[in-house]
Design a protein around this ligand. Structure first.
Ligand code: C2E
Ligand code: CA
Ligand code: CA
Ligand code: CA
Length: 287
């Protein structure tokens, strides 16, 4: 661990993926940042793999820190979850992205904004005001409920009756749910029986190296087998799929051959500020 800046920042090196900023110290700092309006929402498009059409966006939060520059969510979302600040922060991302998606919907039409997929953490699902917040965000911004696809991870969903009631209320409102990072949890399959998901997002770890099967490595074959199983499962259950973390055309080609039609990844487009996303939508609107 190493001290940075004024001594507030503790950065861990050497393969430690975990909290880059110490939770206790960061709590007050995140609160201040939220009040000061330092959080930004960037957007990564979901695209049709065959045509390059944009079909939706995933809003991804960033922290524009006065001295450290743009801080990625991996460095503060865990602390925000730990301190509970993820509740107001998530509310901000939800409202801001609904407002933005409603504007894009009005300007570029429904085909390019079929899915707005904000990430929702387990703390938000446990917040008794969450359903009311979602309802208000939609009402205030005019975004139709059927455009919103909340992205949840398995660990967030596997939490008893309160969460399951919340999910069913959202479902009743017409809001859709996506199961994020699919395949990385311990009970993805059994979860699908009880969870009212509309979309499965195949985790990047199954896309990494999926194109390398020419060598016939067991690892690449296993990834392909998972990717194939997920799309068959989704088909059987009537769910849509999105493949995440596509970094080259070979991966996109392989996924299309397996039956995937939608994808997300640096090869297609990196997350970008709203203004850049507006330009991308304008350029692709005529496709
Ligand atoms: P996620 O929900 O799985 O989001 C996808 C992450 O993968 C994003 O990282 C995105 O920039 C990155 N990514 C997309 N395509 C590629 C690719 O081709 N290659 C690689 N290597 N990475 C790619 P980001 O923005 O750093 O976000 C990381 C995680 O932080 C997200 O993972 C999500 O779990 C969390 N997060 C981000 N924004 C929010 C938020 O507003 N609320 C909550 N609760 N969590 C958030
Ligand atoms: Ca996500
Ligand atoms: Ca994901
Ligand atoms: Ca992830």
């Amino acid at each position: 661990a190493k001290q940075r800046g004024k001594g507030n920042w503790v950065r861990y090196h050497d393969g430690m993926e975990q909290p880059v900023l110490a939770h206790a110290q960061i709590g007050g700092e995140l609160r201040r940042a939220l009040d000061a309006g330092e959080f930004r929402v960037h957007y990564q498009p979901l695209m049709d793999l065959a045509t390059g059409r944009v079909v939706g966006v995933e809003p991804l939060v960033r922290w524009e820190h006065p001295t450290r520059g743009l801080v990625p969510p991996g460095e503060f979302v865990p602390a925000a979850e730990g301190t509970g600040l993820i509740v107001p922060l998530g509310r901000f991302v939800l409202r801001e992205s609904c407002r933005q998606a409603a504007a894009w919907l009005a300007e570029f039409g429904p085909a390019c904004m079929q899915k707005l997929g904000p990430n929702v953490s387990v703390r938000q699902l446990h917040d008794p005001d969450f359903v009311a917040d979602v309802r208000a965000a939609l009402a205030d911004t005019g975004l139709p409920a059927d455009r919103l696809v909340l992205e949840l991870t398995e660990s967030a969903v596997l939490r008893g009756p309160q969460v399951s009631r919340t999910l069913h209320e959202l479902h009743e409102m017409g809001v859709r749910l996506a199961l994020d990072d699919f395949g990385t949890g311990e009970s993805s399959l059994s979860l699908l029986r009880s969870f009212p998901a509309s979309i499965i997002k195949l985790d990047k770890s199954f896309v990494d190296g999926i194109e390398l099967d020419e060598m016939g490595t067991p690892e690449a074959e296993a990834r392909q087998a998972v990717a194939r199983a997920v799309i068959q499962l989704a088909g059987a259950l009537g769910l849509d799929t999105v493949a995440e973390g596509i970094e080259n055309q070979e991966q996109a080609d392989r996924l299309m051959r397996l039956g995937y039609t939608l994808g997300q990844g640096y090869h297609l487009a990196r997350p970008m500020p709203a203004e850049a996303m507006t330009r991308l939508l304008a350029a692709r609107a005529g496709l």
